[in-house]
Ligand binder design. Sequence first.
Ligand code: NAD
Ligand code: UDX
Length: 468
Amino acid sequence: VVKVTSICCIGAGYVGGPTMAMIALKCPHIKVTVVDISQPRIDAWNSDELPIYEPGLDEIVKQCRGKNLFFTTDVEGAIAESEMIFVSVNTPTKKTGLGKGKAADLTYWESAARTIAAVSKTNKIIVEKSTVPVRTAEAIEKVLQRNCNTSGVRFDILSNPEFLAEGTAMDDLTAPDRVLIGGKIEGQEGTDAVASLVEVYANWVPQERIITANLWSAELSKLAANAFLAQRISSINSMSALCEATGADVSQVAYALGKDSRIGPKFLNASVGFGGSCFQKDILNLAYICECHGLTEVADYWYSVVGMNDYQKNRFVKRVVSAMFNTIRNKKICMLGFAFKKDTGDTREAPAIDVGNGLIEDGARLAIYDPKVSDAQIAMDMGAGMSNITTYKSHIEALRDAHAVCVMTEWDEFKSYDWGEIYGVMQKPAFVFDGRLILDHDKLREIGFIVYALGKPIEPFLRSAEGN
Ligand code: NAD
Ligand code: UDX
């Protein structure tokens, strides 16, 4: 079993950066080099302004950088000198060609594999960190073996999917529920490669949390885990629609459900929709694989999870328009939050994008405030819609003269705002649409707001509850 002393990670993104920082912190005896083709990204990793915001990351990078953690664009050099190579490149949804809009685009993965093959002169353990379709390791093995010019070089491929969530990445990496390592079970070398990676994690993860499996199970488990998590959100969101129609309260329903130990309380927060770079992409990828195997019913089951998410975002827009007397033309509507969840500056697939476009289509002028997302990022995400959008650095300015406020992200600071002051600067009637169920709705109503919260009793039911 190789006791690894040098690791290279290809891809310095949301996964590569934090995971390698954690390995460097917990394994001072291992030299960790993170490489990327993007010079600006590497420059940012080497600066005081890291390219991603993740609570706790700054401190760890500062502690290890230059000691046993390095960031460089010298992809080939770092691969050549490392024993173990993590591949953590992006695997987005294909935009064109066969399977477009569904299948995973493995262009970056394959290109990384070709580089590995071209520059490797010694044996390498290759670790799939990216989320990939089941049986990708098989394809990658062929690319590696057929493109390596040095004879006798051995490549062992492992699947080690990452389960961290953004915003809590460092905590998730410090104490993971489990680390999953898939490898070839036949042959001594395959088993040794698995043992080498187990040994790396065992520096801080308890043995019983390190699970080994065959390659295909590990690859599929990652897609399945994201599909199950997203399915819970779509399920509770479907209930939120029924709650609004019947006078039930989705928080109370979720609480009652979560008390069943078989169901559990997590991931049952109704919302304006799930976002993030993973859920939709991975479910579409999973469903596409099912389609390719002729499993149409299975594919349709998973597509419906994405369908429910789209429905929820549309429903939110419709609610805003209908509540505001069916016209939002030229009304200033403030969006509090733009990131896909709190404690991150990431906006990939953020529900704010679709909701924002929906409101603009109905003629609204948007005022956007997010504590972490840059103006440039909002401009990139909203494209042509920007002619109807102003971004703000202060929430109160974003809210001044607004007719309505839509809570898009569950940032903690929104809860502690002076909502009395906010009411004072807004147009009347002042509407609140809480897409994250984080505000104190009774208090807001006392102040004078008209409040709509997802899955919560609305007007006719409210009146009957108060006996009016
Ligand atoms: P990202 O886009 O933030 O980072 C990927 C990086 O890889 C980019 O900086 C890109 O420049 C670099 N890259 C691409 N091709 C390269 C090449 N040939 N050589 C060197 N660098 C190259 O992506 P991410 O969010 O870190 O996701 C990476 C993978 O991890 C994806 O497969 C994703 O599905 C999976 N994943 C993501 C998360 C998450 O929370 N973001 C969680 C679990 C798993
Ligand atoms: C997800 C998975 O949780 C993680 O294990 C995987 O590695 C990557 O994908 P991430 O997308 O970073 O992580 O965040 P997550 O916390 O899962 O939230 C995803 C979306 O679902 C967010 O938009 C969030 O606001 C939403 N969500 C989450 C809900 O709407 N309700 C919930 O109860 C939980």
